[in-house]
Design a protein. Structure first.
Length: 400
């Protein structure tokens, strides 16, 4: 017998074996991806559930939360007078950090840059005259305040039931996602959980056929429901006030602090690149637009507050002392101090979080502070919300 038929038979057997292994993976992950890549229906269902229960949830994907946050914002508008903007660095800001009379929705979203935030501010200024307080993070450490260009006009209207849904995600993207390593690992964990469940058939149907898992309770008694197939039963997601639980992250250990800071101060780091390139000069056009917003909020009896988010203790100081970033960071604070006086704005400078007593284990990385750290910052601002005129415009709490 010639070797060619043997080789052909071997290739066919190998191809059939690969297909037998990959096909179930693709099919099951495709079913999971119908929800994990999002869609209008699941966004609205998750939003309705949270409005009814005040529980913890999110609409997938967790990394693209604008549709869900917009739906929640518009549901909450009748009962709020304050909005927190920004990126995920502000997601730990909760309602409990504000006094009675200031009712917030935390509208911060993953990866939100300052140009987009300014567009969001302008949209709500024009469309929601009942809002009196805006908290606008200034994420200098992540670079976007230095980017040139105008703000990006935003329409924050929530998705509608007749908007493009799941089909808006191309099939090719869904298939690629189904075969990605994180999805394959997640599928293995899910199937392991199904096998260990008291009722495997019910668990399989819940994971692969239903839009959401069954409601459950977090450790503090808050109801939760998972509309995605990852982070199941961990209370990961957004609270009723829009803040994030960060339950899918572990707090930093103090031992890692020095390693992270050493990596952050090198000129090529994400914390140094935009700072060095810009010389520390923020986008003046964005600051001008925020000054207009601040004037409107004062006329309503409230204020626009600029926030420099907390950084890992020691990181702000290290960037101030590093030869490549020292002058640029000092320039940023100088510009902001001058702008704040001219625009009559209080700038909460929480970058050096250790000044407020924050610790390394109150962070999940260099720039994402947990609620415990933010609570320390806002606890020293309780008088501001009732007597904003008592706080002099400028950087608060002053020089380091």
């Amino acid at each position: 017998m010639s070797e060619q038929p043997i080789h052909r038979r071997y290739v066919m057997i190998f191809a059939v074996a690969c297909l037998a292994i990959l096909l179930p993976v693709v099919v099951l992950n495709y079913l999971l991806g119908l929800r994990s890549l999002g869609g209008v229906a699941v966004v609205l269902e998750a939003s309705r559930w949270q409005q009814e229960t005040r529980g913890i949830t999110y609409a997938p994907p967790l990394s693209a939360n604008r549709p869900f946050k917009s739906a929640r914002l518009f549901d909450r508008l009748p009962e709020i007078n304050a909005v927190v903007f920004g990126s995920s660095t502000a997601m730990s800001i909760t309602q409990e950090m504000f006094p009675p009379g200031v009712s917030i929705y935390n509208f911060s979203q993953t990866g939100n840059v300052l140009a987009t935030v300014v567009g969001e501010v302008e949209f709500l200024l024009q469309s929601q005259p009942a809002l009196k307080w805006f908290v606008v993070p200034f994420d200098w450490a992540l670079g976007s305040p230095y980017w040139p260009g105008e703000s990006r006009p935003q329409d924050l209207a929530p998705p509608q039931p007749d908007s493009p849904g799941e089909d808006a995600v191309p099939i090719s993207q869904r298939l690629s996602d189904a075969l990605s390593l994180p999805r394959v690992k997640n599928l293995a964990a899910i199937l392991g959980g199904v096998a260990r469940a008291s009722s495997p058939y019910q668990a399989f149907g819940e994971m692969f056929m239903h839009n959401a898992g069954e409601p459950y309770r977090c450790s503090d008694g808050t109801p939760a429901r998972d509309f995605d197939t990852i982070f199941r039963s961990t209370c990961t997601g957004f609270r009723y006030d829009g803040s994030a639980t960060f339950a899918n992250h572990e707090p930093l250990s103090p031992q890692r602090t020095q390693v992270l800071i050493a990596s952050a101060v090198v000129p090529s780091s994400k914390y140094a690149t935009a700072l060095i390139k810009s010389g520390g000069d923020p986008n003046q056009r964005l600051l001008e637009q925020l000054a207009v917003g601040a004037r409107v909020m004062r006329e309503r009896g409230g204020a626009l507050v600029l926030l420099l988010p907390p950084l890992l203790p020691g990181l702000d100081r290290a960037l101030h002392e590093a030869p490549d970033t020292s002058a640029a960071l000092a320039r940023t604070r100088q510009v902001l101090a001058q702008w704040a006086v001219a625009a009559r704005v209080v700038v909460i400078d929480a970058g050096a979080s250790e000044r407020f007593g924050c610790a390394a284990n109150e962070f999940v990385d260099e720039h994402h502070a947990l609620p415990a750290c933010y609570a320390r910052v806002f606890s020293r601002l309780q008088d501001y919300w009732s007597h904003p005129a008592a706080f002099a415009p400028g950087l608060w709490p002053g020089k380091q």
